[in-house]
Design a protein around this ligand. Structure first.
Ligand code: NAD
Ligand code: G6P
Ligand code: MN
Length: 440
């Protein structure tokens, strides 16, 4: 069996150990000959990498491992780039969330003005990774988790049209895992689902079992009462995520025929979200206090003890999806997966050049999107507005245009007026001077 070489870009990410563990657990499906980490923050990466080095030495000493901040070393001789960078790291996420809240607007990592600000930082970072890959491993594929995926996907579509990059999101599979629990199924792969939308902005319109029986009526009934909180809710889920899964009940009421992505709450109930937010302590603070502390202290414990049993690191669904995707490309499996791809007629009554999240068959030559058909006015109207926001952000980045970014923020359904949008934009420019192109 052929063996592959992978570089994880954003080696210092809190998700890196989970991906490494998942790669190790899947050596029968995606055998590795080499694994590299790349990050532009050497110190942050070192802690994660030294712990992973110990895990690799214990479980797979044959995999050649190294970590570096040198792009040429990182991107030479690789088959896959698994990317999950966060330009500006958590301190900038905190600003993305807190600045809009000061203006009474939703403050969220990927939605509304915070997501727009993050997009303006991410575009350059991700394009740089694409360029490294195209220079040193032109046959490789980049599997990209870096957010905000919708804006990043529009930027790569437009600015790197020949790049072999696939943008993905773990939210739909996370929700599908919950659907499976609600239905009493062993796992989400026992369901065949149909979904359409933009990233963090979509709907399921069909869920069937492997025999083709319709599971939507039971799911619709359950979600309309409990949202995506399964009967035996796992105690691990943090309270803020629990609220989001529960709120899906109200989101679903707007179109009871479908099942919504949880992120729609930010667009459909922004007043509720703002009223329930604490402007002094947002999700970024929770993540820094919980996931980041947990992952880094587990890594430090492993390094100190010299063996992996000293620290608890978890394997998760998030990681399994990227392994599925790499295996589909590596072995031409034609697995059906949700990806963010150019619409190109798949949704018949939607813009051909919009980046949409739809099921695709994935093989050696990339994704083959499946047809969705015609979508209703409600979804189409919401998606048209949101896709225009995403395109305007990329216009603003490309042209250095203050006006385009003001239009983008004004058009976001989370923002009440052009004057609020302008005040917000001015604060975001100040906070992001190190990262954004100059706007004129
Ligand atoms: P993190 O801050 O722990 O990790 C990000 C790493 O990227 C850091 O080590 C940072 O130094 C590095 N980095 C930043 N800019 C870089 C650049 N230009 N070049 C190289 N490295 C760079 O963040 P995290 O919470 O682990 O999340 C990582 C990313 O994964 C984020 O973009 C997050 O939004 C994304 N994510 C996406 C999904 C999805 O559904 N698409 C799911 C989970 C996480
Ligand atoms: C989901 C989304 C990601 C997002 C993440 C945030 O997984 O699909 O796009 O980055 O949630 O989770 P966090 O725990 O960092 O708030
Ligand atoms: Mn996502």
């Amino acid at each position: 069996m052929k063996k592959f070489s992978v570089v994880i870009a954003g080696g210092g990410s809190t998700f890196t150990p989970g991906i490494v563990l998942m790669l190790l657990a899947n050596q029968d499906r995606l055998p590795l000959r080499a694994l590299k980490f790349y990050d532009n923050d050497g110190a942050r990466q070192e802690t994660i990498a030294e712990a992973c080095k110990i895990i690799l030495r214990e479980q797979a000493p044959d995999i050649d491992f190294c970590y570096t901040t040198d792009p040429q070393t990182a991107f030479s001789d690789v088959d896959f780039v698994m990317a999950h960078i966060r330009v500006g790291k958590y301190p900038m996420r905190e600003k993305d969330e807190k600045i809009p809240l000061r203006h009474g607007v939703v403050g969220q990592e990927t939605c509304g003005p915070g997501g727009i600000a993050y997009g303006m930082r991410s575009i350059g970072g991700v394009l740089e990774l694409v360029d490294y890959m195209q220079t040193w491993s032109p046959d490789a594929w980049m599997l990209n988790y870096s957010n905000p995926a919708a804006i990043v996907a529009e930027a790569t579509r437009r600015l790197r049209p020949t790049a072999k990059i696939l943008n993905i999101c773990d939210m739909p599979i996370g929700i599908e895992g919950r659907m499976a629990q609600i239905l009493g199924l062993q796992d989400r792969k026992q369901m065949i689902t149909r979904y359409y939308g933009l990233n963090h902005f979509g709907w399921w319109h069909s869920v069937e079992d492997r025999e083709g029986n319709d599971l939507m009526p039971a799911l619709r009934r359950y979600v309309s009462e409990h949202g995506y909180i399964p009967p035996s809710n796992d105690a691990h889920t943090e309270a803020s995520w629990n609220d989001t899964f529960a709120k899906a009940k109200d989101v679903q009421a707007l179109d009871p025929a479908t099942l919504p992505n949880t992120y729609l709450k930010y667009y459909l109930f922004p007043d509720y979200v703002v009223a329930h937010a604490n402007p002094e302590r947002t999700r970024a603070n929770e993540v820094m206090d919980h996931r980041e502390k947990h992952v880094f202290s587990a890594c430090r414990a492993i390094i100190e003890a010299g063996h992996s049993a000293a620290g608890e690191l978890e394997i998760d669904e998030h990681a399994s999806y990227i392994v599925d995707l790499a295996a589909a490309i590596a072995f031409n499996t034609q697995q059906r997966m949700l990806l963010i791809v150019p619409n190109n007629g798949a949704i018949a009554n939607f813009d051909a050049d919009a980046m949409v999240e739809i099921p695709c068959l994935v093989g050696k030559n990339g994704p083959e999107p499946l047809t969705v058909g015609t979508i209703p006015h409600f979804q189409k109207g919401l998606m048209s507005q949101q896709v225009a926001v995403e395109k305007l952000v990329v216009d603003a980045w490309e042209q250095g245009s203050y006006l385009k970014l003001w239009q983008a923020i004004t058009l976001s359904k989370t923002v009440p007026s052009a004057s609020v949008a302008k005040a917000l934009l001015d604060d975001l420019i100040e906070a992001n001077k190190e990262y954004w192109p100059q706007l004129g």
